[in-house]
Each structure stands twice: as structure tokens, then as C-alpha cells.
Design a protein. Sequence first.
Length: 458
Amino acid sequence: MLHLYDTATREVKELAMREPGKVSIYLCGPTVYGPPHLGHGRATLVYDIMRRYLTWRGLEVRFVSNITDIEDKIIERAEREGRPWQDITTKCETMWWRAMDAINFERPTDIPHATEWVTEMVEMIADLMAAESAYLTDDGVYLDVQSVPGYGLLAHQSLEDMRSGGGDREVVGAAHKRHPADFVLWKLSKPGEPAWPSPWGEGRPGWHSECVVMSLGILGEGFDLHCGGQDLRFPHHENERAQAVAWGREFARHWMHNGFVVDAEGEKMSKSLGNVSNLLDLVDQYDPRAYRMVLLQSHYRSPVTISATNIDAAVASLGGLDGFAGRARSAQLDPGASSSVAPDPEVMAQFIAAMDDDLDTPRATALLFDSVRRANTAMNTRTPEAGALVAAVFEICTAVGLELSVAADVPAEAAAKAAALDAARGAKDFATADALRTELQGDGWTVETGPSGTTLRR
RNA sequence: GGCGACGUGGCCGAGUGGCUUAGGCAACGGCCUGCAAAGCCGUGUACAUGGGUUCGAUUCCCAUCGUCGCCUCCA
């Protein structure tokens, strides 16, 4: 079974399932106050690949990912632009799904919104108050982290060390808090701000509270896996866990974090540095599959550079894969063909071994390309094993969410030119044939002329 | 200050104490082709630096240099 690095224990260990055959996963989703960027894209793609793979292995995956639709950033923007905050969240969420659909992110099984879970959050906070793990100040309710055993599990730092760090950084709400690391569970609202009722006054939930309540509410105690970007490890995930512990609930049993997206200079893309690239720009300008391909070729925990060079190389490699898919179809060996056979078992075993080893997609991708080469050779020589190899290639692509474009839409005009090209070649009128080919290439087509005629590909 | 990651061939990017030492992109040579394209075959003295351990290190250890991340904005 799948083995994954666990941030809490810092070792690769088997992803244990609470219920055999069923996997429960919670992924921290976006706060909808701006356009999705490359970092969001990586986080969703990494887990999309994992989720598809687990499903492909025959497991029933419950994959929950939230939308944070109430948060300070949203309120700030609403005030700045003088429009209702719901206007921002609905528009940004629409944009989010447009980008996610473009990169072929399979929708989660559950998509809870923070605003739908406020009542449950208030109940949790009341419990924490009753247990004296939380306290009220004049601006909200805070969690007393010193009351939480094992605080720092994910940060791998003691409260002491965390405190000595930070340095000149301003501690949010320092004046009200018992400890600098204490964080807000319920924020009392100022006039005009969005507000929900609570025993402590009207207000809104703190960022860290929603994910605890929603993950436990939907998946139940001791769910299998909690994941997100490295930047959520601390404080967000640490604080989620702290609330669960203080609440007396068993939380996630395994923690997974993906590496950052870095720019050409090797610096992390982050909103505060202002070096984020819009995910929609990427999918509009390039083959939307290119991002997935780049990520497949690097390990999910390593930082990955996204640059034109990188993406271009991925686009080129996808072209090769599409060409392969086209050839497979011509040979009646693609998955839809009646003569299709079972995927080569040895290739599939190697694929599973790679993926089960902490999602070693680089190794799996190498295997994919090796299999493509073997399948090409087998097709060229019409060897019987071609079918199984071709099937293995398609199978791997399915398992990682890579769609090969088998049928390129060739406009009638281009198709006519291709036919004319073949006719000219048949008549040994090579001058005309070459002219037609140059013309087609000028239109951006890759012109492949084989024994059975000319095929076009973009 | 504390914790952590990393430095691989033209570029991207895996991995390993010695065995044909990934894969992608690009380049070059060949096969194929009317010529190409696509495909296939082949080519490139890669592992930051200095020590150490070892029969043997890119892989282990130490040091140095460099890059990056986290230590309450962030996927």
C-alpha cells in the first residue's frame, strides 16, 4: 500500500486506513479573496494525483476540501473596494473552479464552506471555554496553547524556541494574549463587519477553527490524512491540531505537506513577496496539462521551479505522448478499440511500486516514457506485445490524471491539404507535396507522413 | 538565535556505496524516407569545495562556501 512521508514523525510510513478499503482525506482549500496562483495549483495537483491514484487502486476515497469564505483578507478587500464581501467570495470561488477545471482537478467529494459551519464552530469554542483551554479578552476568544500537550508537533519546535525566534516581528494581539503563540478562535466584530451570534458577542470565527470543525464533522475522529502546502504546516495545521487536542478529539493520523513553487530566482512564490503568477494565465497561455507534467517529473516534497523553459519542455514531451496516442489509435490499440488487451502486468507492478514509495512520480514518469519507447518499437515491428504495452501507457496516464489527446480536431481545410499532399506524393509530384507540407507546417501542424498516408497533429 | 531543506551533465529533474550509474527537453551522428517529419538506435569524461571513513564515495561523516524555507499573511 501507499507509503507517505508523515510530517509529524518525519518518516515515510504506510498510510493506515481507519476502515479497510476506505481513505479519508482533508485538504485545506483556498481563502477566496483573489485569483488562484501557481502555489494553489501545485497543492491541488499533487493531491489530485494522489487521490486519482488511490481511486485507481480500487480504494474508496472521501476527499474533503474546504473553501474559506470568511476571513480578514476578504473583509479588508471588501472595505477597500466598497462592495459586499459575498460579492468577492462568490466571484473568487467561481474563478477558483475555472482554474481547477482547467488543470483537470477532480472535484472533491465534499466542499464545505466556512460560513456554513459557524454554529458548529461556536459549539466547539464553547466546549474549549468550558474546559478552560480558551479565554475571553476584549477582542475575542483565544486558545491557550500552553494548556495543549505536545504543541509544536508539526513545527518541531518548542514554544520556548518559537518565542526566541520571530525577532522583530510584531505579535498579533500581543496585548490581550497570555502567550504570544495563543491564537484567536472567535473574533468580536466591529460595527459593519460580517457577524454571527455567539455567547461572547457577535463576531466571526478565526481561520484555524474552521478546518478542525469541518474535517472532524465530515470525516469523523481519527481520519486518515490531512494535507496542504508546507506553509500551512505552521501555524495553521499546528493550531488545528491544538484545538482538536484541547477539545479531546482524535485528529488526523497522518500529515502530508507539499513543497513550494519557486520562481526563476529560486525564491518562494508568496503573496507578500508579490512574485505570484496567476494560474489562469498559465493555463490560458500553455497546454493546461503542462503543469501537471512538470509536477509529475519532480517529487512533491521538493521545491519546483515554474518557468517558461520548464513548461515548454513539458509541452514538448506531451506532444510526444499525444503522437504516441494517435499512433496507438491508428493501430487499433487504444483503450477504446475492440482489440484492446490488459496492461502489461510487469509495467504496472513497477508503476505501483514507484507510486507506493511516497508518491515517486518521477520514477513513475520515467517508467511511462520507457514504456512509450518500448511500445513504439513493438508497434513499428508489429510485435504481439505491443497491445499490452500500449495499454500500460494509457493505464498509467489514467491513474495520474493525464489525458492524452488522441483525436486532434483537424479543420476540413487542413485535412484537404493533407489529402492533396498524399495525392501529389502518389503522383510523384514532390514539388507540390513539399509546398503543401511547408504550408501546413506554417499553420502550426506537425506533419507526419507514413506508409498509410499523412496525419496532422498540433 | 532555534529548526529544516538543498547544491547533479547545455537546461529541467530523479537516484544510488561498486552492477548497462533514471527520465524529459535541447544538440549531434545513424536507420527509415523521394526529401522531410514522426519513430527507433547511438553519442556527451554530471554529481558545489576541502578533508575524512572505506578495497572503493556523487552516495556515509566533518568542515567550508552558496541557495532556500519555517519560527503566528501564505497552497
